[in-house]
Ligand binder design. Structure first.
Ligand code: NDP
Length: 256
């Protein structure tokens, strides 16, 4: 494959039916990768798979709730048999949020956010490591958030899961470099997806976001998937352990 192609590569994208994950599936497949994905809703997943087949993209997938440990083990077994034990690209995209003042969080809220955002990504890395190593050229991307970089009002548990992802990006980049696995993190600011559309519909909320954003708007899923794809390409072969924000300039904005 060429420097700017993913031809011949295998990719796992968690949560590919909507939003950022959906854009990443399409971007990687369009660059030539064979992609495997998952979501919790069977009918939505089947609709996506049908659409991708119609577009000539090579994507398969299965239903899985990645917040459940046993389902993660089964899921990686399916990925392994689909790809003959070799995985080049792992995109840890699944994530969720519950927004509350810190003192209002219940134990259930805490564990739901932790297991969906951090436990799933960590455990999938452990499970996928032999497959990534076996491919000879591996790349892991965490879809983190600017909430793991600076303090924003997204909820403290969500922020902690994203900061944890950003930290293990650095640790795994060092630990797994010997296996020729690169590890990077992509940290978006507000992107128009089903996760946050209900917030973006509130005019005052949107105004306050945009006023902090030098580019003066929120982002599109395709503006995240392009960076994710770049980091997976052979031409990004010297980039590892990095946390890159896709934020219209928000995190570098002092007194805009
Ligand atoms: P969406 O909610 O729009 O999409 C999430 C996708 O993941 C869906 O396909 C969903 O399908 C799937 N999913 C969710 N939970 C699970 C689960 N437990 N098991 C399997 N699949 C699951 O989210 P976004 O695209 O907005 O977010 C993607 C990532 O980007 C998240 O990690 C989020 O934190 C991060 N992010 C998003 C930002 C934004 O503004 N949108 C900003 C910064 C970061 P289903 O529900 O059927 O399972």
């Amino acid at each position: 494959a060429g420097r700017w192609s993913l031809e011949g590569m295998t990719a796992l994208v968690t949560g590919g039916t909507r939003g950022i994950g959906n854009a990443v599936v399409e971007e990687l497949a369009a660059l030539g990768a064979v992609v495997y994905t998952c979501s919790r809703k069977e009918s939505e997943l089947n609709d996506c798979l049908k659409k991708w087949e119609g577009l000539g993209l090579r994507v398969s997938g299965s239903v899985c709730d990645l917040s459940v440990r046993e389902q993660r083990v089964d899921f990686i077994q399916k990925v392994s048999s689909a790809f003959d034990g070799k995985l080049n690209i792992l995109i840890n995209n699944v994530g969720t949020n519950i927004r509350k003042p810190t003192v209002d969080y219940s134990e259930e809220d805490y564990s739901f956010i932790m297991k969906t955002n951090f436990d799933a990504a960590f455990h999938i890395c452990q499970l996928a490591h032999p497959l990534l190593k076996a491919s000879g050229m591996g790349s892991i991307i965490f879809i983190s958030s600017v909430a793991g970089v600076v303090a924003i009002s997204s909820g403290v548990i969500y922020a902690a899961t994203k900061a944890a992802m950003n930290q293990i990006t650095k640790n795994l980049a060092c630990e797994w470099a010997k296996d020729n696995i690169r590890v990077n993190s992509v940290s978006p600011w507000y992107i128009k997806t089903s996760l946050v559309n209900h917030l973006l519909e509130k005019e005052n909320f949107l105004k306050s976001l945009v006023s902090r954003t030098p580019l003066n708007r929120v982002g599109e899923p395709e503006e995240v998937s392009s960076l994710v794809a770049f980091l997976c390409l052979p031409c990004a072969s010297y980039i590892t352990g990095q946390i890159i924000s896709v934020d219209g300039g928000m995190t570098v904005n002092g007194f805009y």
